[in-house]
Write a protein that binds this ligand. Structure first.
Ligand SMILES: Nc1nc2c(c(=O)[nH]1)N[C@H]1C(S)=C(S)[C@@H](COP(=O)(O)OP(=O)(O)OC[C@H]3O[C@@H](n4cnc5c(=O)[nH]c(N)nc54)[C@H](O)[C@@H]3O)O[C@H]1N2
Ligand SMILES: Nc1nc2c(c(=O)[nH]1)N[C@H]1C(S)=C(S)[C@@H](COP(=O)(O)OP(=O)(O)OC[C@H]3O[C@@H](n4cnc5c(=O)[nH]c(N)nc54)[C@H](O)[C@@H]3O)O[C@H]1N2
Ligand code: SF4
Ligand SMILES: [Mo]
Length: 795
């Protein structure tokens, strides 16, 4: 595919400076304000910033990190990136019908993600009709009528998929799933399938609930916090304030990551005077620079060391009382670990030394209360689910589940991704939820599971799915195998997107394509003269209200709830007794229904009006494990690790500091010292030497897959970088073209965005020294043969 370059083919403009060793502080604030002012007016910027994360304001549209208790909030309770995301929404630029007259779809499809986003807010419903190369204006009535007609014309309701991205609020998510199920399908793929699905799968199986069980206070009071596979300095910046507090109280932090991310090293809190003038707080007391996919091996080794320590000093290491009372499967697990963990395998898989892992054991033994936090570095691997199950084993051994200051903390991405799932956005909601829906709405929801994101793409490719509706998000850029995914979406009869901003998915059209523009978080939402609010659930299960103050970007915008309620009414008429009109007029009526359908939401409307909202109970914290046996489950996980054949590297795809998922704001990645280009691939200097490649030269990145197919991302610039040897990195979404659709995590079906085998091919005519493509050990310890049980895609 001719990959839109986001500004810089070949990384020609790239300037590389040494990676930063600290995050946030004054430059962060300055960057946020500069970006905001470039997008919007000083007044809108100021109004907007004052409202972020305030009890009467709007929920930050950035990540799902929770807010402190209402009494403890700062007047400026946001980070640099939260401010950027909010003001990217509040931009004063507009995409008008005139814009679409000037730019045919074929031209927009050649534009970069960044340029499309920069055009501003969508203002009117638009349609691209079959055979046309232009979007043209259409009334809401006709737009929704077109979709309703297509949905009614399907041979089966399963020919439609409804994709949700985690910025959608609870109310619109609830209405969407209700509509889909009333229509007769569970085809509700979401961005969670690409994100924390592996966490949900592992936690659900072992603890009986798919969510984390810690609060901000727990983090503050932990003796030890492990953070694995996440880059909080860029992606959850206010988490650093929480970790700073942990440290202030004497707790310790261990960071596990192939990259020495700035935020993991040192933090200058912009909300505190010493954060502005001082050196800041050292964050990681121990940094383990692990190989990609090595975390399962790390936890297995750690668990072995704990079992051995218990044998040496019985009764001092494990929480036997907790294990006996609350768990099952300990003996099988312990036997498996004792008999299978092999140090040579562990060291090859992790790239760490035994001493480093023993140091971590000693930290664990010295800590009463331990929390494990993680994000995409754990979830987006083939063996993500076993890795997270093994992390749960680790926490169960010392009773670190359900006690204050301890627990598991999957750090969620999108601001309401957890809430959307709670509301029923899942292709496989439990039968109990479907039964509740049936009781409340007097229709029988379909019981057969629907399609997740990867399976939706497969179904489009073989014409089993013909209608795509997206509630927020950017489907073709978020998903793997970009060429194939685009082909899939183009096969649809109709594609429609409920969006705030233009993105590439709008340019990859079905026969008929619709853009349905909607309100952003920071905008006033008034229905028939009554101010509405929406609700969201953060990563720590706090549910609270969100309402914006800014004037809507255009008078033609409808809220997500209004669009979906109208569409449902047009499609289903009175096939089901659902008061869609009431839903649209008053979101409180949606919340009344949620209160009766979703456990934990009793008296939703009154409780959510309390400042700061309310926290959903987590049974685990009451000592209840809702698994089939009523106990937390120790699991047996087969050792697995990634490796690459000689001459190849493992590649992870990740976010820069200056992007929101599929949308790059600039071409800089300040903390990593990359400026002016995103078409870069970060490679360890030893790997460059072994491959005979030169820092700064241009390459094609080619991924290889066992079926013999290859995928190519053209014209990237090599950047010598202190990543783990054998483990390269490139930016998402530019590198998504390299991820095969079939390369997914076991059980969760999440694409393996963090573990792809690649080789680097010098661009012809470019400078290379020596023997290109020879000599790299694939990042295993030098000379070790490929592992026999390795199922990594070998060429
Ligand atoms: N500014 C900003 N904030 C965001 C987002 C954004 O795009 N921009 N996106 C939001 C969303 S949806 C999400 S899901 C989160 C994502 O938050 P992160 O998970 O922090 O995001 P990634 O950029 O994917 O970074 C993955 C991190 O894991 C490390 N890693 C990769 N593979 C491994 C591994 O095998 N083991 C270990 N131990 N580490 C590994 C990488 O080096 C990197 O530091 O952020 C949310 N917040
Ligand atoms: N290679 C690779 N791929 C990845 C990942 C990775 O780490 N590597 N990460 C994955 C992860 S964790 C995730 S979560 C997905 C993200 O995938 P998505 O959630 O699908 O993508 P986003 O980029 O967040 O979507 C941005 C679009 O959402 C729309 N939008 C923004 N705000 C609103 C709103 O308030 N309402 C509505 N209706 N629309 C709005 C705008 O039109 C904007 O263009 O990507 C996944 N893809
Ligand atoms: S940490 Fe996340 S939720 Fe908090 S202000 Fe920053 S982006 Fe927004
Ligand atoms: Mo995510």
């Amino acid at each position: 595919m001719r990959e839109p370059s986001n500004g810089d083919p070949g990384g020609e403009q790239a300037k590389v400076t040494p990676p930063k060793t600290w995050a946030a502080g004054v430059p962060a604030v300055a960057h946020a304000v500069r970006y905001s002012l470039a997008e919007t007016s000083a007044r809108r910027t100021a109004l907007n910033l004052l409202d972020i994360n305030q009890t009467k304001g709007f929920d930050c549209p950035g990540c799902a990190w929770p807010d402190p208790a209402p009494g403890e909030r700062h007047r400026n309770e946001y980070c640099e990136n939260g401010a950027k995301h909010a003001n990217d929404d509040a931009t004063t630029r507009r995409v008008t019908p005139e814009f679409f007259r000037r730019h045919p779809v074929s031209e927009l499809a050649r534009s970069s993600d960044r340029w499309l986003n920069q055009q501003g807010r969508l203002t009117q419903p638009m349609v691209k009709r079959p055979g046309s190369d232009h979007y043209e204006p259409i009334s809401w009535h006709d737009a929704l009528g077109l979709i309703a007609d297509e949905l009614r014309a399907m041979d089966s309701p399963d020919e439609a998929v409804f994709y949700t991205s985690g910025r959608a609020g609870n109310e619109s998510a609830f209405v969407l799933q209700l509509f889909a199920r009333a229509l007769g399908t569970n085809n509700l793929p979401d961005c969670s399938n690409l994100c924390h699905e592996s966490s949900g799968a592992a936690l659900y199986e072992t603890l009986g609930t798919g969510k984390g069980n810690v609060s901000l206070l727990d983090i503050h009071h932990a003796d030890l916090v492990l953070t694995l596979g996440q880059n909080p300095g860029s992606n959850h910046p206010r988490m650093l304030s929480a970790l700073e507090e942990t440290k202030r109280r004497g707790g310790r932090i261990v960071a596990v990551n192939p990259l020495p991310e700035a935020g993991l090293m040192r933090f200058k809190n912009p909300q505190k005077p010493r954060g502005i003038v001082g050196r800041g707080t050292n964050i990681a007391d121990q940094f383990l620079q692990i190989r990609l996919g090595g975390d399962l091996a790390l936890f297995q080794a750690l668990n072995l060391l704990l079992l051995e320590a218990e044998e040496a000093a019985p009764g001092t290491v494990l929480d036997r009382e907790f294990i006996d009372r609350c768990t099952s499967g300990f003996e099988e697990f312990a036997h498996h670990i004792r008999t299978t963990v092999s140090w040579p395998d562990v060291l090859a898989a992790t790239g760490l030394t035994r001493e480093q892992i023993e140091e971590l054991r000693d930290r664990v033994l010295a800590s009463e209360r331990i929390i494990v936090c993680w994000a995409m570095g754990l979830t987006q691997h083939r063996h993500a689910v076993p890795t997270i199950r093994e992390l749960v084993n680790f926490q169960l051994l010392r009773g670190n589940i359900g006690r204050p200051g301890s627990g598991v903390c999957p750090v969620r991405g999108h601001s309401n991704v957890q809430g959307d799932r709670t509301m029923g956005i899942w292709e496989r909601m439990p039968q109990s939820f479907l039964d509740s829906l049936e009781r409340e709405f007097s229709f029988t929801p379909p019981a057969r599971h629907g399609l997740d994101t990867v399976n939706s793409i497969r179904a489009m490719l073989d014409d089993r799915v013909k209608v795509f509706l997206g509630l927020a998000g950017n489907f073709v850029r978020a998903t793997p195998d970009s060429d194939l995914t685009e082909k899939a979406l183009r096969r649809c009869r109709l594609t429609a997107h409920i969006s705030t901003k233009l993105n590439r998915s709008h340019t990859v059209c079905g026969d008929t394509a619709l853009i349905l523009p909607t309100l952003g978080r920071s905008e006033r939402d008034s229905r028939y003269g009554v101010e509405q609010f929406i609700t969201v659930e953060d990563s720590m299960s706090q549910v609270h209200a969100s309402s914006g103050r800014l004037e809507p970007a255009s008078q033609h915008l409808l809220s997500e709830v209004a669009i979906l309620s109208r569409l449902a009414r047009r499609t289903l008429a009175d096939r089901v007794p659902v008061p869609w009109e009431d839903f649209e007029a008053d979101y409180g009526t949606v919340r009344d229904r949620i209160a009766r359908v979703v456990p934990g939401f009793e008296n939703f409307n009154s409780r959510v009006r309390e400042p700061g909202g309310f926290t959903l109970p987590n049974p685990v914290n009451e000592g209840v494990f809702p698994t089939p046996t009523g106990k937390a489950l120790f699991t047996v996980n087969r050792f697995d690790a990634l490796s690459a054949p000689r001459g190849h590297l493992l590649l992870q795809t990740l976010r820069s500091h200056d992007q929101w998922n599929t949308v790059p704001y600039t071409t800089d990645d300040r903390y990593r010292g990359i400026h002016g280009s995103r078409r870069v691939v970060l490679v360890h200097p030893a790997d460059l030497r072994a491959l005979g490649l030169e820092d700064g030269s241009r390459v094609d990145v080619v991924s290889v897959w066992p079926d013999g197919t290859e995928r190519r991302a053209e014209d990237f610039r090599l950047v010598s970088y202190p990543t783990t040897a054998g483990c390269a990195a490139a930016y998402y979404p530019e590198a998504n073209v390299l991820v095969p659709l079939d390369s997914v995590a076991d059980t969760s079906n999440t694409p393996t965005y963090k573990g792809i085998v690649v080789r680097l091919e010098p661009r012809s005519g470019d400078r290379v020294s020596g023997r290109a493509g020879a000599g790299v050990t694939g990042g295993q310890s030098p000379g070790s043969p490929p592992r026999s049980e390795d199922r990594t895609r070998r060429p």
